[in-house]
Every structure is written in structure tokens, then in C-alpha cells.
Design a protein around this ligand. Structure first.
Ligand code: FEO
Length: 172
């Protein structure tokens, strides 16, 4: 495998791994603050990031490279409020998108069209994740600090997670 592409893919492994840990910390904070639906959403999101990491690891190894498993950095334990959680989540996703775009650039520079093709899955995924984070943040800003609104937000998020899990478990 092209060494420059391999290095960039391994850097992406670190980013997906740290996303998973970051969202896990957010999930745990939400759970401790009585936001069960939000915590469910964030636990699921953390699992998805782990899947993004695994997909990269397998690809690197299958293509004759060597995946490097990163160490675990300590994510934050406390967050100011739920709006801040999703602001941080969106900022994080924007940074991941920039990193994916950089990976696409490197693939083109190195004429590695197979990896370029593989990375397109991440390009689409980032579009979806950014849109989702933005729509959640918009809702939270609309609610402001209203407790009733927050209760409904949390309940709706739980319903959305349950619905996606149900759809995912149905045979294709
Ligand atoms: Fe895998 Fe949300 O970036």
C-alpha cells in the first residue's frame, strides 16, 4: 500500500477512535443527567464511530498495509449543558469531514483510486452526520432552557433511535 495513503488512513483511525470515546463520554454524561433518550442516541453514535474505525482497520490490513491501533485519550467528564454537547459534536464532525477531505486529496495525489473509492463511503457518511448534528442543535436552540421542551426532545430522540434500530434489525 502507498505509504502516504497508509499513514493518512491510520491518522483517520485515530480520529474515528477518539470520536467514539468522545461520544461515549457525552452519552455517559447525558445518562447521569436524566437524559435517557439522548444518552441512548449518543451510545449508538459512539458504536457507529467504532464501526467507522474498524472498517478502516480492516481495509488497511486487507490492502497489505499495517493498521495501528491507537491508545485511548481521556475525553471530558463534564459538559456545561446539552446544547454545548451538540455544539461540540458538530465541531468534532466538521473536523472529521476536513480530515476525510484531506484523505481524498492524498488519494488523488498518489493516484490510489481504490482507496479513493473506499473513502467515498466516509464522504457520504459525513454529509449525513453533519446534517443530523445541525438539525439536533437547531431544535435545542429553539427549546432554549424550557424543561417541558427538553423532556419532549429527549423522548423524541429515544423514539428515533428505537425506530432506526427496528429498521436495521428487519431482514433486507
Ligand atoms: Fe466517523 Fe462521525 O465521523
Amino acid at each position: 500500500m502507498n505509504p502516504r495513503v497508509e499513514k493518512a488512513l491510520n491518522e483517520q483511525v485515530i480520529k474515528e477512535s477518539s470520536s467514539s470515546q468522545f461520544y461515549l463520554a457525552m452519552a455517559s454524561w447525558s445518562e447521569n443527567n436524566g437524559l435517557n433518550g439522548t444518552s441512548k442516541f449518543l451510545y449508538t453514535h459512539s458504536d457507529e464511530e467504532r464501526f467507522h474505525m474498524l472498517k478502516l482497520i480492516k481495509f488497511i490490513n486487507e490492502r497489505g498495509g499495517k493498521a495501528v491501533i491507537p491508545g485511548i485519550a481521556q475525553p471530558p467528564v463534564e459538559f456545561d449543558n446539552l446544547e454545548r454537547v451538540f455544539e461540540l459534536l458538530l465541531e468534532h464532525e466538521l473536523a472529521v469531514t476536513a480530515s476525510i477531505n484531506n484523505l481524498v486529496d492524498i488519494c488523488l495525489q498518489e493516484k490510489d483510486y481504490t482507496t479513493h473509492n473506499f473513502v467515498q463511503w466516509y464522504v457520504s457518511e459525513q454529509l449525513e452526520e453533519e446534517a443530523l448534528a445541525r438539525s439536533i442543535l437547531d431544535k435545542l436552540r429553539l427549546i432554549g432552557g424550557d424543561k417541558g421542551g427538553m423532556y419532549m426532545f429527549d423522548r423524541d430522540l429515544e423514539a428515533a433511535v428505537n425506530l432506526s434500530a427496528k429498521i436495521a434489525s428487519q431482514p433486507a
